[in-house]
Write a protein that binds this ligand. Structure first.
Ligand code: 2BA
Length: 107
């Protein structure tokens, strides 16, 4: 079994959640915040059988779109610091981490 952590844009989270549920995956959705843009996103915790990992990734890939988003400029930066600061960044589709599960119990 694997533990999947999938960070998904809030705008895609509902669709991703529905598609995972329809395909029989159990998922927990946590409200999270990106450390760079400080925008809200959603982190899914999904326990997945080894043989279903690719199916889950494909579902998340299908419903997670790429978006170009402006980087909010902190006006306290000086002009020199802004020189190397990106004006906009491409966010997504989704960022996925896959971990081995040592033990899984439902008691
Ligand atoms: P944020 O940290 O808010 O990052 C939003 C987007 O900003 C990133 O999109 C990336 O394009 C850009 N970005 C992030 N850090 C940057 C930096 N230090 N310099 C320049 N640009 C930077 P994604 O890569 O698609 O990431 C979307 C969200 O997924 C992230 O939101 C964060 O919440 C999560 N994430 C991505 N990689 C991660 C990682 N290695 N560990 C933990 N969370 C991660």
């Amino acid at each position: 079994m694997k533990l999947m952590l999938a960070i998904v844009n809030n705008d895609d989270a509902h669709t991703v959640n529905s598609a995972l549920n329809k395909s029989g995956f159990s998922a927990t959705k946590i409200a999270s915040t990106g450390g760079f843009l400080m925008n809200g996103n959603s982190t899914f915790i999904i326990g997945v059988k080894d043989e279903d990992v690719e199916v889950a990734i494909e579902i998340i890939r299908k419903y997670s779109k790429k978006r170009v988003q402006p980087v909010p400029v902190d006006m306290s930066y000086n002009i020199a610091a802004l020189g190397s600061y990106p004006v906009e960044v491409t966010v997504g589709g989704a960022t996925i981490f896959l971990l081995n599960v040592e033990r899984y119990e439902r008691v």
